[in-house]
Design a protein around this ligand. Structure first.
Ligand code: ZN
Length: 268
């Protein structure tokens, strides 16, 4: 059964990972711009990273029959210096014109600081001005609920954003309802230890249903698993869930949300 991994950082992964994902049924990935495991020393470093995401990575993925799309932004972890962040933001509109870019992301908060919030608001305004989809990163562990609420407030304050065009990622048991109740889409990240394990994600689906919800691996440079999506599907199958809901969470839902961009052309 084919699947989409809608959040994975392939720049940090090997060709072996692409091959294993393709063998497991992956036909498309979307890659948000994020921290790359180190701070970039200049806006030029981001220009090179955005070029990698929009030019090199789609070609690498295509060798394995996988469609590669991406999202562009400055991540919250590198947004603490507003002057620096604004120089990066000035680069973004040119990249939003590229044929595989689906929107602005993953924007959000990391430590919930004032400067992070300022840059988040400016990128929400940028997405609204360019009529872009938004992908949101929520902070870790004890900062997550507070950060999620701050992010939702910032999006609502803008007034020009349709919540149905925003996906708030890395939700957990204590944030998923808040996100869905406000009309947003929610993403569950399947990490081996932190965030949601495949078992916890299956519990959340059983509790809250599968509407406006997707699963992703968020595979990156740290401890993570590029096969997390098919592993979660196996867990759901083991629990006796039918093909319909398994396909909905791992293929139909991502396709519906991402298909709001004309550029996302994965067929049903
Ligand atoms: Zn990410």
């Amino acid at each position: 059964m084919k699947y989409i991994d809608p959040h994975i950082h392939m720049v940090s992964r090997t060709t072996d990972d692409y091959q294993r994902m393709a063998l497991a049924g992956c036909i498309a990935v979307t890659e948000p711009a994020f921290w790359a495991g180190f701070d970039r020393s200049s806006p030029q470093g981001f220009f090179d990273y955005f070029t990698l995401l929009t030019d090199s990575e789609p070609k690498r993925a295509a060798q394995f029959g996988i469609d590669h799309y991406c999202w562009i932004c400055i991540n919250p972890k590198e947004s603490e210096d507003p002057g620096f962040a604004r120089e990066v933001i000035a680069l973004i509109p040119e990249f939003l014109k590229k044929p595989t870019v689906l929107g602005v992301g993953e924007i959000g908060l990391n430590k919930n600081s004032r400067n992070e919030l300022t840059i988040l608001e400016e990128q929400i305004a940028l997405a609204a001005a360019h009529d872009q989809l938004i992908l949101v990163h929520t902070p870790h562990l004890e900062d997550k609920l507070k950060g999620t609420k701050l992010i939702i407030d910032a999006i609502k304050r803008n007034g020009d954003i349709d919540p149905g065009r925003v996906l708030i990622d890395h939700v957990e048991e204590h944030t998923v309802k808040h996100v869905l109740d406000h009309g947003f889409w929610a993403g569950m990240t399947l990490y081996p230890d932190t965030k949601c394990t495949p078992q916890r994600a299956a519990d959340i689906i059983e509790t809250y249903g599968a509407e406006r919800l997707w699963i992703n691996s968020a595979g990156d440079w740290g401890v993570s698993d590029p096969l997390a999506v098919p592993k979660c599907r196996l867990e759901m199958k083991r629990r006796g869930h039918g093909e319909d809901i398994i396909k909905k969470i791992s293929f139909d839902n991502p396709r519906t949300f991402l298909g709001q961009s004309q550029r996302f052309t994965v067929d049903a």
